[in-house]
Design a protein around this ligand. Structure first.
Ligand code: PLP
Length: 393
């Protein structure tokens, strides 16, 4: 048995997530653990709820971090709303839309998929057409599709959901903290995220928000959700207090991951102290310069400019270039991680993230220069991307 202490390498995480964790978050996670019903922790919970409401752009009371990664948020958001036989309309233009379908089907939902080519956004009218005049319990779509780098415009989806009598559910795993999410402005009923993308916190919690209408839908269920661990009615008794006590007393459900909640608390404090508008502007500004650098190297970006996520760029690998070799070299030489393609883009694209605290000018420059050098070693000589990067800043 090897009992040497861990000594993980220091990386620069510019893949699709996890992203670099702010050192202040790691320091917060090392604070003393207290009990999950300690008054000191309850005040942390209240602060986290308030800060999550701010980043989600919502007044929803049920806005809490679920224990688990983004997928736990996805399951919780879906299985509390979907009972066997419920119809669910899901937009699929990448991996995570497909995963939403799988989760809804496991909950017994009858899923109708609204497909769009990978690398493009979804159109509200396509949902109308796929619904064929039928009613639906849930209309679900991904706000920031991490497998393709597409940012989904949410306007118009509340109107479609109303026509179908549906609750509107979004995946905000990669969007939260990097671009506006504005749940209330878009009339979203259920949303979930993850801590490890633009919030710059380690993976482990899934912020979730349910509107009053979604909470009513849960109360109206005649069968309990398939998951006990993710049952929001039970979890709300811990995070919001029990109804019998008027919210004064909290009931144990499962032991909250105390130190993860500290980490999220600090990550939210950092995001809100920067200011959400300033944070979004930083992502936009550095991403625009990064894209200018990629274009200077003649690297094609398959996603149309209007649909691009600032915090994640999909970059097509030029013919004849070994994409895996490039990633291996970036990691070995610079400790720099970028992602490979998924699904339709597997082996054909890189996914490069500029998320949260990793979204810096220095990281943009380093990644562009390292890519240029790695391409050169494979015989693909390209122009210096830095003048274009600097000019666009
Ligand atoms: N949804 C999206 C859009 C994601 O990008 C991810 C993870 O990358 C998930 C869901 C699942 O999150 P996790 O891997 O944290 O469980």
């Amino acid at each position: 048995m090897d009992l040497t202490p861990l000594n993980p390498p220091r990386r620069i995480l510019m893949g699709p997530g996890p992203s670099d964790v702010d050192p202040r978050v790691l320091t917060a996670m090392a604070l003393p653990t207290v009990g999950h019903l300690d008054p000191a922790f309850i005040s942390v919970m209240e602060q986290v709820r308030a800060m999550l409401q701010a980043v989600f752009g919502t007044q929803n009371k049920l806005t809490i971090p679920m224990s688990g990664t983004g997928s736990a948020g996805m399951e919780a958001a879906m299985v509390n709303l979907v009972a066997p036989g419920d119809r669910v309309l899901v937009g699929v233009n990448g991996v995570f839309g497909g995963r939403l379908c799988a989760v809804a089907e496991r909950a017994g939902g009858e899923v109708v998929r609204v497909e769009a080519p990978w690398g493009t956004a979804l159109d509200p009218d396509a949902f109308r057409a796929a619904a064929k005049g039928r009613g639906f319990k849930v209309l679900a779509l991904v706000h920031a599709e991490t497998s393709t780098g597409v940012l989904q415009d949410l306007s118009g989806f509340r109107a479609v959901a109303d026509e179908l009598g549906a609750l509107l559910l979004i995946d905000a795993v990669t969007s939260l903290g990097g671009v506006p999410v504005d749940l209330d402005a878009h009339g979203v009923d259920a949303a979930y995220s993850g801590t490890q993308k633009c919030l710059s916190c380690p993976p482990g919690l899934a912020p979730l928000s349910y509107s009053a209408r979604a909470v009513e839908a849960v109360k109206a269920r005649t069968t309990p959700p398939v998951s006990w661990y993710l049952d929001l009615s039970l979890i709300a008794r811990y995070w919001l207090g029990t109804e019998e006590s008027g919210g004064a007393a909290r009931a144990y459900h499962h032991t909250a991951p105390i130190n993860m909640v500290y980490g999220l608390h600090e990550a939210l404090r950092i995001a809100l102290s920067e200011g959400l508008e300033a944070r979004f502007a930083r992502h936009r500004r550095i991403a625009a310069a990064f894209v200018a650098g990629l274009e200077a190297m003649d690297l094609p970006l398959p996603v149309a400019p209007a649909d691009r996520l600032p915090q994640l760029s999909l970059v097509r690998v030029p013919d004849g270039v070994d994409e895996k070799q490039v990633r291996t070299e970036l990691l070995a030489e610079h400790g720099l991680e970028i992602g490979g393609g998924l699904g339709a883009f597997a082996g054909k694209a890189w996914r490069i993230g500029l998320m949260g605290s990793a979204c810096t000018e220095d990281n943009g420059r380093l990644c562009l220069s390292a890519l240029r050098a790695a391409l050169g070693r494979q015989g693909r000589v390209v122009a210096d991307p830095l003048p274009a990067f600097d000019a666009a800043l």
